[in-house]
Design a protein around this ligand. Structure first.
Ligand code: MLC
Ligand code: AMP
Length: 503
């Protein structure tokens, strides 16, 4: 019986009294204790009727128990579907329904609102609070601390992560055991992680970055994590002298640089700072080096592919680039005809390798649009490779805003805005923001002679969409700029509002 993901990331730490998690209250959790908890959780999954390949959706605060659900799913062969804690009931309904989840684990505070949704979709529901307590933990308490790991193959599904799309409909990216394993082992080697590493973990665990990059790499190396419930400058600064590595989105680094307590001394115990999920400004890279002496290592990935490229650990970490394709990952830059462009020219980034997902859940057409028959995935990012082989991302061929590392697809917001009384049409754009890198502006065109009620619109947006997607500014305009083909010229709007949030 084998289960590559469970055996190689989790199972091999069974019985070890080495520290896995350092918790904010000063306590620690050993690998052995974590895995005993996860085994009890795996029994609950079986008890709830979940079979290998079934999906379990989770929208709960970050905690050791929430991470235990991930391990339990791996051990029981259940597909793990973590969801952003900011999602509204409307958003969750879609994810639960689309994925056909059999079990939903949610915060006790959401139970009232989600119970009818789960009942309607024939899913069972259990709760888990920020402290890990709730009906899931209660159900687990009486089960054994061992669980017979379910046999799985490399190609079996391990997780679904939803990623929005240009049509406004989210797509479930199906990730296999091999996708996750190959990336975890490659990155752990590439970044020279060992069992001595202590990773400062302040990212959410419902996305690739905090879950598969940070956690899987730590597990692959056998190290430990200072496991914070979220981004908290005080706790990060307090924890840093005990850490050796940190992973973050660029906002982490700009916030640290703006804090007077963040000094060269504070970082002397660190061996590596890694940034990704959004572009790290060359200026941030340089300020960081000037203050701390550390050169941030920037890498590039996405939900569908895990990590694709990385700056080198030992060689030159070049600011403004995302480094080289990782071992076993092929990367090429292609033109509109799908052929590779000459070196030095800008084109679409395509990637192929064991890291590339299996497709979008029940969306074969979307899968075909982005995943070629020859295995190359069309990322939608525009890039260029320089003479030394460093890849730079120079733009996006997809209408996407990245705010503080969260992806926001304008179409999803436009659909809500277009639906509002007195609104004829809308355009949503991303503009520079000093803290989040980019933020959202909604441009509204009223119906003739009408004036939209902006406060009511904000309320409606609040009901449908997670807070991080809300336009930080709504602007009313007579008409949207269009080209001769009638297409909205968002570049003109972006230029017009580029200083709206200038620091
Ligand atoms: C929080 N808010 C955001 C936001 N995060 N708004 C826009 N963009 C964001 N990213 C909202 C809050 O709800 C709040 O609303 C207000 O903004 C201010 O919140 P805050 O307290 O300043 O935010 P904070 O909790 O500190 O969160 C900021 C953050 C967080 C940057 C730490 O967003 C974060 O952890 N981002 C990481 C995302 C991530 O993991 N991405 C990886 C995706 S994987 P109000 O109500 O107060 O106005 C991927 C692949 C890859 O992309 O390559 O890695
Ligand atoms: P997601 O769909 O949330 O996984 O986001 C993936 C997208 O984030 C990529 O397609 C890129 O556009 C962007 N991204 C990730 N890492 C970087 C980086 N280092 N620099 C620029 N953009 C990045």
């Amino acid at each position: 019986m084998a289960n590559p993901l469970y055996d190689r990331l989790f199972g091999r730490h069974a019985g070890k009294d080495s520290t896995f998690l350092h918790l904010p209250d000063g306590t620690t959790l050993t690998h052995a204790a974590f895995l005993e908890m996860a085994a009890q959780f795996a029994h609950v999954l079986v008890d709830q009727g979940l079979k290998p390949g079934d999906r379990m959706a989770m929208q709960v605060a970050k905690s050791p128990q929430a991470l235990g659900l991930y391990a339990a799913c791996a051990q029981a062969g259940v597909v793990f579907l973590p969801l952003n804690t900011a999602y509204t009931v409307d958003e969750l309904t879609y994810f639960i329904e689309n994925s056909g989840s059999k079990l939903v684990v949610c915060d006790p505070n959401s139970e009232g609102a989600l119970a009818p949704v789960a009942a309607n979709l024939d899913a069972s529901m259990l709760t888990m609070g920020a402290d890990g307590a709730g009906s899931f933990a209660n159900a687990a308490a009486n089960f054994a601390h061992e669980f017979d790991t379910v046999s799985r193959q490399n190609d079996d599904l391990a997780a679904f992560l939803y990623t929005s799309g240009t049509t406004g409909r989210s797509k479930g990216a199906m990730l296999t055991q091999a996708n996750l394993m190959s990336n975890a082992e490659t990155l752990s080697d590439y970044w020279q992680f060992t069992d001595q590493d202590v990773l400062l973990h302040a990212l959410p665990i419902f996305h690739t970055h905090g879950l598969f990059v940070a956690t899987n790499v730590t597990l692959a190396a056998g190290g430990s994590m200072i496991f914070l419930p979220g981004f908290d400058l005080d706790r990060i600064i307090e924890g840093m002298p005990r850490a050796t590595t940190m992973m973050g989105v660029p906002t982490f680094y700009t916030r640290l640089l703006d804090d007077p307590r963040f000094t060269r001394d504070l970082t002397q115990h660190m061996r590596l700072f890694i940034s990704g999920s959004a572009p790290l400004l060359a200026e941030t890279h340089q300020r960081f080096e000037a203050l701390t002496g550390h050169r941030i290592l920037e890498r590039y990935g996405m939900t569908e592919t895990n990590m694709n490229t990385s700056n080198p650990y030992n060689g030159e970490r070049r600011a403004g680039t995302v480094g080289f394709p990782l071992p076993r990952v092929e990367l090429k830059i292609t033109g509109a005809d799908g052929n590779e462009v000459p070196q030095g020219e800008i084109g679409l980034i395509e990637v192929r390798g064991p890291n590339v997902f299996k497709g979008y859940w029940q969306m074969p057409e979307k899968t075909r649009e982005e995943l070629r028959d020859n295995g190359f995935f069309i990322t939608g990012d525009l890039g260029v490779i320089d003479a030394d082989g460093y890849v730079s991302i120079v733009g996006r061929n997809k209408d996407l805003i990245i705010s503080g590392g969260y992806n926001i697809y304008p179409k999803e917001i436009e659909l809500v805005l277009d639906d509002q009384p007195s609104v004829s049409e809308s355009a949503v754009i991303g503009v520079p923001h000093p803290d989040f890198g980019e933020t959202v502006i909604g441009v509204l065109v009223p119906e003739a002679g009408k004036s939209p009620d902006l406060a009511a619109i904000e309320q409606a947006v609040g009901k449908s969409l997670a807070r991080f997607k809300h336009p930080r500014k709504l602007v009313v305009m007579d008409a949207l700029p269009r080209n001769t083909m009638g297409k909205v010229q968002k570049n003109i709007l972006r230029e017009q509002f580029k200083d709206a949030f200038a620091g």
